[in-house]
Design a protein around this ligand. Structure first.
Ligand code: PHE
Length: 345
């Protein structure tokens, strides 16, 4: 380049453009080197004063300098923009390697698992589910079940009274009387799972609140064979084909004859061990043939109708089923206990 001044302008401009870091710097450079008040612009107006033989070269060199500065500005601007975009993208990236938040799923209380399973078994045999109140009257809890006021059988169940005639039910058996009242003499085949309350000291095998499944069948020609077959099928479905049951004679005021039902011990298979206290059997429920007085009091002719009833402790079954060592574990909601019953699917 012949013109020293143009060369100096170009060198300085290129150097400064290279130093520009922000878009504002670029605008400033554009003004400074290509604007109306730039050195280049003022040199351009001098072209008229030059001798004709120099005009052409000067004009060409001027254009060349202008183009080169403009190109450098464009290039630098593109670089600054690219850098800004890159920084923005970097700021906005999501770190997919971060671990997510875990939602821990709860587990069903084994009490409810067993309650549902027991209910299913009886539904499969044609039973329907009936319901009754947990706050019960003396009438349904005792009187209509052949337990009059002075009956010694009340002792065992002397319990949470609200007033003289109202109490927390001590068993699910009042639902027997309630169902008979509703059925008005028609045949009955119901179960009733529900909570019951007794003034027991709470320890590993007792709780002031526990649950039973009541069963009641009333029809013509029902005999104790039906009771035995029903409970045998229940025991095998609940505890396995190999389990045997045994009926022992017992006493309840509302059944006659009354039985207590044992199943062969799962631990020793009937030989006798610690768990069954050497007997080979474990008691699971009480039952019997509905007492004629109960049938009569609740509107059924004992000469025509007969029936059987039973009451199974739900926790008792769950304890045997899972080998749980303390009844209180059902009620404490300790997740370390509950999570052992998580469904593995
Ligand atoms: N209700 C009795 C109890 O709680 C059990 C039972 C129910 C017995 C039905 C006979 C018939 O111990």
């Amino acid at each position: 380049m012949k013109n020293e001044k143009l060369k100096a302008i170009l060198d300085e401009a290129l150097e400064n453009i290279r130093n520009a870091l922000e878009l504002e710097d670029i605008n400033e450079r554009r003004n400074r080197y290509l604007g109306k008040k730039s050195e280049l612009a003022s040199m351009g107006s001098q072209i008229a004063t030059l001798p004709p033989e120099e005009k052409k070269t000067f004009g060409q060199e001027m254009n060349e300098v202008r183009t080169k500065i403009a190109e450098a500005i464009e290039a630098r601007m593109a670089a600054i923009k690219a850098k800004a975009l890159e920084a923005k993208l970097k700021r906005e990236t999501i770190d997919i390697s971060l671990p997510g938040r875990n939602e821990t799923l709860g587990a069903r209380n084994p009490f409810y698992i067993v309650k549902d399973e027991m209910t299913e078994i009886f539904l499969g045999m044609g039973f329907e589910v009936a319901d009754g109140p947990e706050i019960e009257t003396d009438m349904f809890n005792f009187e209509l079940l052949n337990i009059p006021k002075d009956h010694p059988a009340r002792d065992m169940q002397d319990t949470f009274y609200i007033d003289e005639n109202t109490l927390l039910r001590t068993h699910t058996s009042p639902v027997q009387a309630r169902t008979m009242e509703k059925a008005k003499g028609a045949p009955i085949r119901i179960i009733c799972p529900g909570k019951t309350y007794r003034r027991d000291d709470d320890d590993a095998t007792h709780s002031h609140q526990f649950a039973q499944i009541e069963g009641l069948v009333i029809d013509k020609g029902i005999n104790i064979g039906h009771l035995k077959a029903t409970l045998e099928l229940f025991a095998k479905k609940m505890f396995g084909e190999k389990r045997e049951i045994r009926l022992r004679s017992s006493y309840f005021p509302f059944t006659e004859p009354s039985v207590e039902v044992d199943i062969t011990c799962a631990n020793c298979g009937g030989k006798g061990c610690n768990m069954c206290k050497g007997t080979g059997y474990i008691e699971i429920l009480g039952g019997g043939m509905v007492h004629p007085n109960v049938l009569k009091m609740n509107g059924y002719d004992p000469e025509v109708y007969s029936g059987f009833a039973f009451g199974i402790g739900i926790e008792r079954v769950a304890i045997l089923r899972y080998g749980i060592d303390d009844i209180r574990k059902f009620y404490n909601n300790d997740v370390r206990f509950l999570h052992q019953f998580k469904k593995k699917d």
